[in-house]
Design a binder for this molecule. Structure first.
Ligand SMILES: *[C@@H]1O[C@H](CO)[C@@H](O)[C@H](O)[C@H]1NC(C)=O
Ligand SMILES: *[C@@H]1O[C@H](CO)[C@@H](O)[C@H](O)[C@H]1NC(C)=O
Ligand SMILES: *[C@@H]1O[C@H](CO)[C@@H](O)[C@H](O)[C@H]1NC(C)=O
Length: 295
């Protein structure tokens, strides 16, 4: 990376954040109450944290990096919920840049539910990859092409997680379903998970399998997040049984399977926008993974 572009990157961001902090905001959902900055690789993020001192007035977080990456996470972990962010992804040439939003329980035997937005050359569509880890085992990638430009407006990305099913939504469209099939021996997430968001350099794999590299003259890469209120069941230790209660709204009957209309939308996505599914990757799995026929 050239020194001049790095300096320019740093400079641009100081101004950007000041402008953001100065703009009037609606109160309500607070970043400060639910989340904290967890990762930043250089002094540059210090600038962010300092300028965002009065974070309760920030309803939009502008997130960026000049190299390596940065991230934030929820202060608590959760045992079920309908998690959401509204996100606007890095624009222009974002090849190599990964914006991730996921739930994770950490550790070697962790559970994890991932949204990974894989940047692309300007004018080429973003790929959205999802993955499900249970007790440390992932390798359940699916990829779709988004049917809109996610860099010019905010869209809602949600994860429903209850004892019956996990559903990934893009706006109101379910794009992936992972059902609780523990009755046939398929593992299902069962540990408290933290909500994490990050923006980082994934040029070794993210775009065209790593063939297309990050263009650092395009830095800073920026993602914008909104919607910091959390509909989740907090868990303070490893026991999340209380989060399975049918008194919690996202555990009710309505949320135990897709509605008729959601099923239709889901089928359209699978027909038109799915471009990779581990379930049908014979070179990887000669025997279809047991969870696949049931989703
Ligand atoms: C919390 O988030 C949900 C989902 O985006 C939204 O409908 C609701 O209005 C939000 N509540 C507050 C207090 O911001
Ligand atoms: C944040 O700013 C508002 C408006 O200026 C002020 O009323 C409030 O006390 C500040 N909060 C903190 C924690 O500084
Ligand atoms: C999965 O479903 C079974 C009932 O089939 C239930 O007993 C169990 O608690 C659920 N597991 C999780 C981790 O939600």
């Amino acid at each position: 990376m050239m020194l001049s572009s790095l300096l320019l990157c740093l400079l641009v961001n100081v101004f950007d954040i000041r402008a953001l902090a100065a703009q009037p905001n609606n109160l309500g959902s607070s970043f400060d109450g639910n989340y904290a900055i967890t990762w930043g690789n250089n002094y540059y993020l210090d600038t962010t944290t300092r300028t965002l001192v009065n974070k309760s007035f920030i309803t939009r977080l502008s997130f960026f990096f000049c190299f390596i990456g940065s991230g934030f996470g929820s202060k608590l972990s959760y045992g079920s919920g309908l998690f959401h962010f509204r996100i606007m992804l890095p624009a222009h040439d974002s090849a190599g840049v990964v914006t991730a939003y996921y739930l994770t329980s950490h550790g070697a035997h962790h559970d994890e539910l991932d949204f990974e937005f894989l940047g692309n050359k300007e004018g080429k569509p973003y790929t959205l990859q999802t993955n499900v880890f249970t007790q440390g085992q992932g390798n359940r990638e699916q990829r779709i092409t988004l049917w809109f430009d996610p860099t010019t407006s905010y869209h809602a990305y949600r994860i429903l997680w209850n004892p019956y099913q996990i559903v990934f939504y893009v706006d109101d469209t379910p794009i992936r379903v992972y059902k609780n099939k523990t009755n046939i021996g398929v593992k299902y997430p069962s540990q408290p998970m933290q909500i994490v968001a990050s923006l980082w350099d994934g040029e070794s794999w993210a775009t065209d399998g790593g063939q297309t590299k990050t263009d650092w003259t395009q830095a800073p890469f920026k993602a914008y997040f909104k919607g910091f209120n959390i509909s989740g069941c907090p868990s303070y230790n490893s026991n999340i049984q209380h989060c399975y209660s049918s008194k919690i709204w996202w555990n009710r009957y309505k949320y135990r399977s897709l509605s008729r209309n959601e099923e239709k939308l889901y089928e359209v996505v699978r027909d038109k926008y799915l471009n990779y599914d581990y379930c049908s990757d014979r070179s990887r799995y000669s025997i279809t993974p047991p969870e696949c026929p049931h989703q």
